[in-house]
Write a protein that binds this ligand. Sequence first.
Ligand code: ACO
Length: 297
Amino acid sequence: MVATSDEWIRERTGIRERRIAAEGETTCDLAEQAARAALEAAGVAPSELDLIVVGTTTPDLIFPSTACLLQHRLGANGCAAFDLNAACTGFIYALASADAFIRAGAVRRALVVGAETLSRMIDWSDRATCVLFGDGAGAVVLAADSKPGVLATHLHADGGYKELLYNPVGVSVGFRDEPNHGVKVMMTGNEVFKVAVRTLDAVVEETLTANGLSKSDIDWLIPHQANLRIIAATARRLEMPMERVVVTVDRHGNTSAASVPLALDEAVRSGRIRSGELLLLEAFGGGFTWGSALIRY
Ligand code: ACO
C-alpha cells in the first residue's frame, strides 16, 4: 500500500505484528471482551459495579458513550458510566479518575477499560502513521480496600502541542465529507518522539520523588507501547534491565489507550508479575497528555 519495508518498521518502531478489528467490529465489542475477562478474574459480577470508565479516542458513536453501551451489554444498568478522551494516556487518566472516586468514598467497585479501534481513523496512504497503530482493549476492576493497590497517580497535559498530533475531524468544527479530508491521524512523528522521551523522563522522576522511592524500588515498568525506542529510553532512565519492562508493542503495535492495560494483562496472566511487586505504569499521547500510575500488585 505504501513505500515501506518490514525492516524499516521493525528497526524504527519495534513493531512486528498488530491486530485490526474485523469489519463491523467496534470499540465496544473489544471493550466487552476485555471487561468480561477482567470481571471474571476479579470475581466481581457486573451488578456489583458502581462505575464504568472507558478511556478511548475512538468511541463507537458520538453519543451514547461507549461506557454506556458497554454497561448495557454487561447488564450493569444503573451504575455511573462515562468515556474519557486523553488519547494514548486514556487508560492512565481513567484509572486515576476511578481511583479518585473510590478514595472519595463515592464508589466501591469500578471497571476501568482502555479500548480503541484506531485502524478506523488511519490514512492508509500515509506511511508515517499507517504502519504504527493497532486495535485492542484491556480492562481492570478496582475495589475499595483498606490496603490500596493504586498508590499514586500523576496526570499532566499541555494543549500547546496540538499541531504535532491530532485528528482534524470534529463535531463543532463542522463535518466535512470531501475525500481525504480528516478522519485521519496527523502526526509529526520525530517531533512527538523527542517530546515523549523528555516528558516521560520527567514524569518517572516526579513519580519517584513524590512517593519517596528510588529507581531500584520499581519491580516492573509497564509503559505505553508506542515505540520500542521510547520504551528503552525510559527503561535506561530508570536503570532498569529490559527483562523488567513489559513489552507488547512487537505484537500489538500502538493501541493507544488500550496499550497499557493490554501489557498489564499479559504480564499478570503469564505469571511474570507476582503479588506484592511494585509496578510503574506510564503513557504519553495526543493532547499532549501524559501520566503515571504507581501500583502495588
Ligand atoms: N517506511 C519507510 N520510511 C518511512 C516510513 C515508513 N513507514 N515512515 C517515515 N519514513 C521515512 C521518512 O519519510 C523519513 O525519510 P527522509 O529522511 O527521507 O525524510 C525517514 O523515514 C525518517 O523519518 P522520521 O519521522 O524522522 O523517523 P523516526 O525515526 O522519527 O520514526 C516514528 C518515525 C516511528 C513515527 C517515530 O518518530 C515515533 O515513534 N514517534 C512517536 C510516536 C508517538 O509516540 N506518538 C504518541 C502516541 S500516538 C497517540 O497519541 C494517538
